[in-house]
Design a protein around this ligand. Structure first.
Ligand SMILES: *[C@@H]1O[C@H](CO)[C@@H](O)[C@H](O)[C@H]1NC(C)=O
Ligand SMILES: *[C@@H]1O[C@H](CO)[C@@H](O)[C@H](O)[C@H]1NC(C)=O
Ligand SMILES: *[C@@H]1O[C@H](CO)[C@@H](O)[C@H](O)[C@H]1NC(C)=O
Ligand SMILES: *[C@@H]1O[C@H](CO)[C@@H](O)[C@H](O)[C@H]1NC(C)=O
Ligand SMILES: *[C@@H]1O[C@H](CO)[C@@H](O)[C@H](O)[C@H]1NC(C)=O
Length: 945
């Protein structure tokens, strides 16, 4: 030992002589000021370090009675510089040097060894480079040596073994190489040996097992090999033993079980083989136990089953076996357990429900059987539940709906079946949901659309049927969606383009039909798509992911086209195409269009007399049939009047198209609804356009917006309506000054108008027409404040002979609750929306939170606390309270609205009943309006009819 140190001594003595020779007269104050002067930037905290003052009063400096510096304590003082200008030799009494948390760089000078009285040396959390100088071995009084979190390289000098007083050696998180010197076995008093996160190699010296005082040994994240010395079983004070992420092999010594004080044992990510030590939790203090990612075999020792102190348990990625039903106990403090990827068998124990603090439960990739115990629903702190890749059967227990903190739910790759229970709708914090590779059936629950934080959704390889719920379009955080290998049908909802973060979309191997919505062009993040093996047709959306998709991703469809090598081009020749569009528009609707044509023609003739400059249409290029004009000029005139649909003229925006105001030369102002889609191939567009055309040509009612005509052209397809001066009800109610115009009699009149329009559609049209999107946005007002129902793009003709199943349409906040569970459409969904609009008109705002689905049969639509509210407080406060006369009317309208909001469609009145009641019913107040509560209105107390 001495021999190896001798050359270093000589070297240092030589240096000492040199420094004495040159700066022998340097005082401690001068040394400190010279060092400070070398800093790259001035640090304010050392302002009081000034010449001709005593350093003993300086920041960070302490002196002994004789006035000599003993402590330099400059932790976290923003020092940027090196130690090269610090004359260590000047500090013969220094016992404490703490420079942690600065920006010191360069090497640790060997001269540091001249601080012969040093007891504490803390250079941690700086940017020191170079090696640990072997001369440090001369600081024989050192008790604490902290060098962690620097960029030190080279080996750990064996001279550190000379620091016989050392209690703590912490040099983790550097770039140290070489092996751990056996001389560390001489540090008899050592309590902390932390060398983790370096590049140390070689074996762990068995001599370390002699250091009986050791409390913490952390050697993880190095390249250590060999086995754990059995001598470690003698470290009776050891609390932490972390050897994780090395290349250690052999079996874990049974002797580890002798460590009675062990709290944390981290042996994961090595190459350990064999069995776990039998007495691993003998001391009863073990909180963290990780042996994951090794080659361990056998079963789980009893000692671990009864180890109630456990907090985190990582057993994943080994070859453990046994019947998992009874291998584990009840752990009151357990937060995390991962037993994934082993060969456990048996059933999931219901005991897991008794670990109230459990946050993570992972059992993926075993051979588990049986069903998921409903008791898991008691572990309400769970953030992550992973049972994937097992042989679980049965349905998802509805009790899992109680796990409202869940962020990740993985049940994929099992044999689970049945419906996804509605109770899971409460898991609204989910970020990751994987139910793929099971046998789930029925429709994809629309409540998944409320999991707004969802980032990953995989429902592939199941038996999900019916349409993709359009509500999924609300998932703006979703980056990956896989619905492949199901039996989904109907069109792809264009709402899905609302998933603005989506990168990866897989809807392959389903029965989806129609066109791919062109709105997908807006999904700018989309990178990979797979729509193969469906019945899709029409043009690919103008989106990079689709345009760049490979052949396999588009294969197996009915008729996709586009400018992609392996697809047929979409036919774009204009005039022929136009005729084709006309045909498409016309043929399915011969009846409707015939009616329209006669209607148009009749009015046209009449108007022709008033407007002598009418031109005939050129049917070859553009099909345009608009009243009072028609033909190509009409088309051009509308383009001119709106400056090619400049946003300046836009008066409304809808899902299917924007509405523009066009003032024509004939002094007529019309509203023009231009459909977003201009591509002839787009089925969606055709559907909306035709729907609206058909619905409107069949209807004539003063409360339904009038259609003047339509134009179809390769670039613009639009409908021309009567222009209603006051715009939509929603806009009016949203503006205070306009809302003030709407006093009670006008509001009641609007409600009556909407009711009459709906009554006409439901009861006087054959087949009946359901609007499906009644909202305040789609109710327009003319100059007389007369209501006109508009926007028939989603209207549905109820065919009495067939089931009316369809994809959901409508506006959030107005959609009848039953449509969340069924896709069956009848007129009662309009009745519900009418109820919402009615309350909105009375309240001046959407009833929002006041609405809550109550059990069917209940007469109330209001949330219970609202029962206590005074009716007068619910009324729109921007207009003066109604007179008693009018109030009776308003209250009866409210009562009717409540009955329309009944959560069970059968209990809602028909629009015919509503219309009649509106005309006849009036409540008489038996006490002043301001005393009546909502609850009383519902129970009719205080009223006579
Ligand atoms: C150095 O100072 C820091 C910050 O005050 C402190 O946390 C650390 O324990 C000190 N080091 C020593 C060896 O006392
Ligand atoms: C443990 O310590 C005892 C007593 O000091 C000693 O006899 C024994 O050899 C040590 N065991 C190992 C494996 O080093
Ligand atoms: C596992 O243990 C449970 C309870 O002891 C028992 O009912 C079940 O049959 C066992 N399963 C297997 C696969 O051995
Ligand atoms: C899973 O368990 C079943 C029944 O106990 C057995 O037949 C099968 O081989 C096991 N599979 C694996 C991968 O262990
Ligand atoms: C989509 O799913 C199919 C079938 O599961 C798979 O083969 C394909 O790789 C997936 N495509 C993408 C883009 O993930």
């Amino acid at each position: 030992m001495m021999r190896s140190l001798a050359p270093a001594y000589c070297f240092i003595l030589f240096l000492h002589l040199l420094s004495f020779a040159s700066i022998s007269s340097e005082t401690e104050a001068e040394a400190l000021l010279k060092w400070k002067a070398s800093f790259l930037s001035q640090t304010n905290q050392l302002k009081d370090w000034r010449a001709n003052t005593s350093p003993c009063n300086w920041t960070g400096i302490l002196c002994n009675a004789a006035g000599s510096v003993t402590n330099i304590s400059l932790a976290n003082t923003t020092i940027q510089g090196t130690l090269h200008e610090l004359s260590f030799i000047s500090f013969s009494n220094l016992t404490y040097l703490n420079l942690t948390l600065n920006k010191l760089f360069g090497a640790i000078p060997p001269q540091i060894s001249s601080l012969s009285k040093l007891i504490y040396l803390d250079l941690s959390e700086n940017q020191f480079t170079g090696r640990i100088p072997p001369e440090i071995g001369l600081l024989t009084n050192l008790r604490v040596l902290y060098l962690y979190l620097n960029r030190l390289s080279g080996i750990i000098p064996r001279e550190i073994g000379n620091l016989k007083s050392l209690l703590r050696l912490e040099s983790g998180e550097n770039n140290l190489i070489g092996s751990i010197p056996t001389t560390l076995g001489d540090l008899k008093n050592l309590t902390f040996l932390l060398l983790f996160r370096n590049n140390l190699s070689g074996t762990i010296p068995k001599e370390i097992g002699n250091l009986k005082s050791l409390v913490k040994v952390e050697l993880g994240e190095n390249q250590l090999n060999g086995s754990i010395p059995t001598s470690f079983g003698n470290l009776s004070n050891l609390e932490y033993l972390i050897l994780r992420d090395n290349q250690l092999s052999g079996s874990i010594p049974q002797e580890i079980g002798n460590l009675m004080k062990l709290v944390k044992l981290g042996l994961d990510t090595n190459q350990f083989v064999g069995y776990l030590p039998q007495n691993i939790c003998q001391g009863g203090l073990l909180t963290n136990f990780s042996v994951n990612t090794n080659y361990l075999i056998g079963t789980i020792p009893k000692s671990l089953k009864t180890c109630t102190s456990l907090f985190r348990l990582h057993l994943n990625g080994n070859r453990f076996t046994g019947n998992i039903s009874d291998l584990f106990g009840v752990y009151p403090d357990l937060k995390f357990i991962d037993v994934s990827h082993n060969a456990f068998s048996g059933e999931v124990s219901k005991n897991w429900g008794q670990s109230p603090n459990l946050v993570t439960l992972r059992m993926a990739g075993n051979n588990l059987t049986g069903s998921i115990p409903s008791e898991i629903g008691n572990a309400t702190q769970l953030h992550e539940l992973d049972f994937s890749s097992n042989g679980l059967v049965g349905t998802i227990p509805k009790e899992l709906g109680r796990l409202t903190s869940l962020l990740k739910l993985k049940l994929d790759d099992n044999q689970l079946s049945g419906r996804v229970p509605i109770e899971l709708g409460s898991l609204t914090d989910l970020e990751n949901l994987d139910l793929s590779k099971n046998k789930f059936n029925d429709s994809i629950p629309s409540f998944v659309g409320d999991f707004l934080k969802l980032n990953y959704l995989n429902l592939s390889n199941n038996e999900f049927s019916q349409a993709i719920p359009f509500q999924l379009g609300k998932l703006t955080q979703l980056s990956q969606l896989d619905l492949s290998h199901n039996t989904l049908e109907d069109m792809i909802p264009s709402e899905l383009s609302g998933m603005e973060s989506l990168e990866n979309l897989n809807i392959s191997h389903n029965n989806l039909s129609g066109i791919i919505p062109i709105s997908f062009k807006d999904m700018l993040g989309l990178t990979y798509v797979d729509v193969s093996y469906n019945d899709l047709e029409g043009a690919l959306p103008n989106n990079k992911a689709f345009q760049d998709a490979n052949q396999e991703a588009l294969a197996g469809n009915k008729g996709l086209c586009g400018n992609v090598r392996f697809l047929k081009p979409c036919n774009k020749q204009s005039s022929k195409k136009d005729l084709r569009l006309v045909a498409l528009v016309t043929f399915p609707l011969i009846g409707a269009v015939a009616v329209l044509s006669i209607f148009l023609f009749a009015i046209l003739l009449k108007r022709k007399q008033k407007h002598p400059h009418v031109e005939e249409s050129n049917m070859d290029e553009i099909f345009c049939s608009v009243l009072p004009l028609n033909g190509k000029t009409m088309h051009e005139e509308i383009i001119n009047a709106t400056e090619d649909f400049d946003s300046m003229y836009c008066i409304g925006k809808g899902g299917h198209g924007n509405v523009y105001r066009a003032s024509l030369s004939s002094a007529n102002t019309v509203a023009v609804k231009k459909f977003h889609l201009l591509r002839n191939e787009d089925k969606n567009f055709q559907k909306e356009f035709l729907n609206e055309l058909r619905a409107l040509t069949e209807m004539r009612h003063r409360n339904i917006v009038k259609l003047f005509g339509f134009c179809s052209h390769p670039r613009h397809s639009f409908l021309v309506y009567e222009y209603l001066e006051r715009g939509s009800l929603a806009t009016m109610l949203s503006k205070d000054d306009e809302a003030k115009e709407l006093e009670w009699s006008k509001r009641l009149n609007i409600i009556r108008g909407v009711a009459h329009a709906l009554c006409y559609m439901h009861h006087d049209c054959l087949p009946p027409i359901v609007h499906r999107d009644i909202s305040s946005k789609n109710i327009l007002l003319n100059s007389e404040y007369e209501a006109c129902v508009s926007d028939f793009g989603t209207a549905k003709f109820l065919n009495p002979d067939s089931a009316n199943w369809t994809a959901l349409a409508g506006t959030y906040g107005y959609i009848a609750p039953e449509l969340a569970y069924t896709m069956e459409v009848n007129e009662k969904c309009d009745v519900y929306s009418f109820g919402v609009v009615t309350l909105e008109i009375i309240m001046g705002r959407h009833p929002g939170d006041l609405l809550l689905p109550l059990p069917s049969g209940s007469s109330s639509a209001f949330v219970l606390p609202a029962h206590q509210m005074h009716i007068a407080d619910v009324f729109d406060q921007r207009i003066s309270a109604p007179t008693d006369e009018v109030a009776g009317k308003v209250l009866s309208v409210m009562k009717i609205a409540f009955s329309c909001l009944n959560s069970s469609p059968e209990c809602r009145p028909t629009m015919k009943q509503v219309s009649q009641q509106l005309e006849t019913q009036k409540l008489h107040l038996s006490k002043p309006l301001y005393l009546i509560t909502c609850g009383e209105l519902l129970t009719l107390n205080g009223f006579t009819t």
